[in-house]
Design a binder for this molecule. Structure first.
Ligand SMILES: Nc1ncnc2c1ncn2[C@@H]1O[C@H](COP(=O)(O)OP(=O)(O)OP(=O)(O)O)[C@@H](O)[C@H]1O
Length: 317
């Protein structure tokens, strides 16, 4: 797939407040994003997601490394590179709180180079797509957080850029509005073929919306995989075993020595096996004392478990 964004070996350090210590927020980060891909940038608090997004959209200059957008270096060819990008940063900073929804859209349409004769049509299209017609004369300050977020995303759509960067688009939204924003983003990506990078903590957003996820932790990439591949990697190996009787001390010692048992409560064992056939070895130990087994189930593993495993273990597979 042709790459539209190429991040190569970027580093970014900050000086810690009230001390001379330097903190490396992004540490040799590299990845590519293909045209039309929807990529989730996932990571715990402080992982370096916002720093990465701001570096891509030219708000921060990396200490080392480069960002290329559609073939243009974001530093050397800044104007040409950034022409391809719109961003919605955290906190709805790209909209004016003292203007109405309509005034914001008209103002930013002019500001982003929409020809005068097309502004009205473009604004009406976006009001309709984002279901904001009823709110068009409302001051942004009086809108709910979800409405403000929808307006922020619609402002980012005005320039019709190839790439849209979204920093935490569902943060602080209630479940219903979160779904609504997610559906809108899916629609935009599918119907308009845009490349979308979403930085988020929200696992369902990634699982539901993104084709690929780049998981970062402490400023480094710990996984760069298609979401379905990541889930597959773990789904074959998660088991839950219910016993009818407790195990002997000897069985317990053998199990703990040989298998990564991650939960053991009374008669319930949960284990993630590296290879599927390991379940037979585990059964051998259980059979040694003829321990009656109530059930063995392969458990569904969700994206949150995959994420926690990758972040805690720091390995891609
Ligand atoms: N301007 C700054 N000055 C000093 N330190 C900063 C600055 N901006 C970010 N940091 C630090 O760099 C690290 C990475 O921050 P960043 O905002 O990129 O992470 P994040 O993954 O987006 O986190 P979160 O999910 O909490 O928003 C954090 O430890 C943060 O405190």
């Amino acid at each position: 797939m042709e790459s539209i964004i190429s991040v190569k070996g970027i580093y970014k350090s900050y000086k810690k407040r009230k001390s001379s210590e330097i903190f490396t927020a992004v540490n040799d980060l590299s990845f590519d994003v293909g045209k039309g891909e929807i990529v989730g940038l996932l990571g715990p608090n402080g992982a370096g997601k916002t720093t990465t997004i701001k570096t891509i959209c030219g708000l921060l200059v990396p200490d080392q490394g480069s960002v290329t957008i559609n073939g243009f270096d974001s530093l050397k060819d800044r104007d040409k590179a950034l022409r391809h990008i719109s961003a919605v940063l955290e906190g709805n900073r790209n909209i004016y709180w003292r203007l109405t929804v309509y005034e914001n859209l008209v103002y930013f349409a002019g500001n982003r180079g929409v020809p005068k004769k097309d502004i009205r049509r473009k604004v009406d299209e976006l009001l309709s797509l984002f279901q904001l017609q009823d709110k068009k004369d409302e001051l942004v300050n009086n809108l709910s957080r979800g409405m403000q977020q929808k307006l922020a995303v619609s402002v980012a759509m005005l320039a019709d850029t190839d790439v849209v960067l979204l920093d935490e688009p569902t943060l602080g939204l209630d479940v219903e509005t979160g779904y609504e924003v997610r559906d809108l983003l899916r629609k935009i990506a599918r119907d308009q073929g845009k490349t979308i990078i979403i930085s988020t903590h929200d696992m369902p957003v990634v699982q539901d919306l993104c084709e690929r996820t780049i998981i970062i932790n402490a400023g480094k990439v710990v996984a760069d995989e298609r979401v379905e591949e990541l889930l597959k990697l773990f789904e074959t190996s998660a088991y839950q075993i219910e016993l009818q009787e407790p195990l002997t001390d000897e069985q317990q010692t053998m199990l703990l020595a040989q298998f990564p048992i991650h939960q053991w409560e009374a008669l319930t064992l949960k284990v993630n096996l590296d290879q599927e056939q390991d379940i037979f070895k585990l059964m051998d130990i259980l059979k040694q004392n003829e321990t009656p087994i109530e059930t063995i189930n392969r458990t569904e593993i969700n994206f949150e478990q995959v994420f926690r495993k990758l972040v805690n273990e720091g390995v891609a597979s």
